[in-house]
Design a protein around this ligand. Sequence first.
Ligand code: ADE
Ligand code: ZN
Length: 337
Amino acid sequence: MTDLDTFITGLPKAELHLHIEGSLEPELMFALAQRNGVALAYDSVEAVRAAYAFSNLQDFLDIYYAGAAVLQTAADFHDLAMAYFDRAAADGVVHAELMFDPQTHTARGIPFSEVIEGLLSAMAEAEARHGLTSCLIMSFLRHLSEADAFATLAEAGPWLHRITAVGLDSSELGHPPEKFAGVFAAARAAGLKLVAHAGEEGPPAYVTGALDTLQVDRIDHGNRALEDTALVERLAASGITLTVCPLSNLKLCVVDTLADHPIDRMLALGLKATINSDDPAYFGGYVADNYRAVAAARGLSRADLARLARNSLTGSFLPPEAIAAHCARLDAFVLAE
Ligand code: ADE
Ligand code: ZN
């Protein structure tokens, strides 16, 4: 039998909750700052990493939006995404659904076309280089207005056929899902899938709002749904996927220690939980690091880990044939162990 590390990286898996801007490693941040003549608030890579001590989501978001200022051209977005894809492929990721935050860039005068063309060219290269497929989730910043989200949806018009879903991220508290009912309805009418961060810091009612008002296909995070038994039963019965991010939860103080992480409780309650990295450059690990960390902290079995990987494949927006092929490979891998 292989060791647990090899087992984890060998599991064919999908990553469903990854903000591409959150994969900006300090080394690349410095390289892009130099390339684009952008001044950084830090004088070394070590100083940047030292600043990554957060006590809540907003602490992190302030630093994350500042870091994104080095991203200016399609080449920058390409390089950012390729660095992520190379690491994801090494972690056994066979399919990645990348969130990107256009408003973070268009608000700085970066054209939407630069952002998406850079990402799309990297996605094609990742498929050629690694056989890793991917798709895009265009996320609206919930601290901005719904009108701004509508303007972003309109700006995405020429690329809508290249975008699989819309999402909702940024500061959760005080910005309930209902604020975005109209733009989510418009995205649904345009044939897009829908996801939303809910229950990371926000109350269980935000998860209910994402389900009832936004009619999402997946919940990003969902941790605080556990506070509401009826909601847990509803989530379990519907089979909706939760994209859980253990190292993110630790770094943003959603849990005090990984030993308190509810990932195995979620599985035991019948929730379709998956493991993801969220913003790996900021939270101390990519997707396999997240599997390893909770496996160690919560004593997950190989069967639990395989279940989580299977959930990621079946919870993806891939066509059913591709999901079936990946699941068959997963089953063969587990059987051979
Ligand atoms: N944007 C990037 N990461 C996020 C997170 N964990 N929650 C909300 N918005 C985000
Ligand atoms: Zn997130």
